[in-house]
Design a protein around this ligand. Structure first.
Ligand code: HEC
Ligand SMILES: [Cu+2]
Length: 317
């Protein structure tokens, strides 16, 4: 189903066409009201200009009362209808159909990163099949961004520290521009991408020829070795004077300032990025900060790897 202006058609399912109906419906309503008000202003200013012979007596009381009540109630119901129309169409945007394809989006200054269920990753691009609902689960690595695809009449804010969702169902193969619609710093206007819509068979072929990455924990293991974490943390390491990391996730640890802390994702994140913040009791504060060495995606991988490490003999109880 297509709708909207012929120069800028809607390329997604009926839900997106409603957005156009809404837009043009509200535009038409506003124009009608403006025309009414402006023409009354013109008519009255001519009719009641100084020196005109128009009647200036009292309005007939009964007529004006009914008129007041009439137009007040009528506009009330008109706006109630508009409210229902807009909100019912917007609410449907939150709940993707159960069979939707789930794609993760990470926004950062100034790019879009997407990850498919198959593990395939893309930058500033999103490949999607036609006729299949696509659910986007999005978060930001820094400031607020907004995922905006005009051809799908779709716009959703992307926030740091939480997940937001939206979905679409594209109906025609093609390449559609993706913008950031929330000012996010110097290169906000360059934060561009494209949504490439393909027939399902083509999408399958495209997926098959993409480099197939390791799963997240596997990628984290590679980082762990390349950053040399093991030189301190592994029992066999040359400067072994650091806590064992096996089975750490979910444990309580004693901190050097006497507090206890639960090891969750946030704790691990801080341990790597701001090690002096929650220094562990009983060890020298030699752990360097890796804030500059790893980005959020790398941290996700590294944390997934740490969580996958089994507790081993000689490790924590
Ligand atoms: C120079 C040695 C050294 C290196 C290299 C090092 N660490 Fe550490 N790490 C320590 C020490 C010492 C502690 C304990 C004191 C503290 O918490 O600051 C620690 C603490 C930790 C903790 C908290 C452990 C707990 O029991 O709560 C984590 C998690 C951690 N490191 C992860 C890493 C990761 C991941 C890397 C590699 C990116 C790394 N460390 C590299 C020395 C090191
Ligand atoms: Cu942005």
């Amino acid at each position: 189903m297509r709708g909207g202006l012929p120069i800028f058609p809607v390329e997604a399912d009926a839900r997106s066409v409603v957005t156009d109906h809404l837009f043009f419906g509200l535009l038409g309503l506003s124009v009608a009201i403006i025309l009414l008000v402006v023409s009354l202003v013109v008519v009255f200013s001519v009719r009641y200009r100084r020196g005109s012979s128009a009647k200036r007596g009292e309005l007939p009381e009964i007529v004006s009362k009914e008129f007041e009540i009439g137009w007040t109630v009528a506009t009330f119901f008109l706006f109630l209808f508009v409210f229902w129309w807009v909100s019912s169409s917007q609410l449907s945007g939150f709940k993707a159909p159960a069979n939707a394809l789930e794609i993760h989006v990470v926004a950062k200054q100034w790019m879009w990163k997407t990850q498919h269920p198959s593990g395939v990753r893309e930058i500033n691009a999103l490949h999607a099949p036609t006729g299949v609902p696509v659910r986007l689960v999005m978060t930001s690595q820094d400031v607020i961004h907004s995922f905006y695809v005009p051809a799908f009449r779709m716009k959703q804010d992307v926030l740091p520290g939480r997940y937001t969702e939206t979905w679409f169902k594209a109906n025609r193969p093609g390449t559609y521009p993706l913008y950031c619609a929330e000012y996010c710093g110097t290169d906000h206007s360059q934060m561009l991408g494209e949504v490439v819509v393909m027939r399902p068979a083509d999408y399958g072929r495209w997926t098959a020829v993409q480099p197939q990455p390791n799963d997240l924990a596997g990628q984290g293991g590679v980082l762990y070795r390349s950053l040399g974490c093991g030189s301190c943390h592994d029992a066999a390491g040359p400067n072994h004077n650091a806590p064992s990391l096996g089975g750490l996730y979910g444990q309580q640890v004693m901190l050097s300032d006497g507090r206890r802390a639960l090891v969750d994702e946030t704790f691990l994140h801080q341990a790597i990025v701001q090690p002096d913040r929650n220094a562990v009791a009983g060890y020298p504060a030699t752990m360097p900060s890796y804030a500059k060495a790893i980005d959020e995606e790398g941290l996700n991988a590294l944390i997934a790897y740490l969580k996958s490490l089994p507790a081993h003999a000689g490790g924590r109880s």
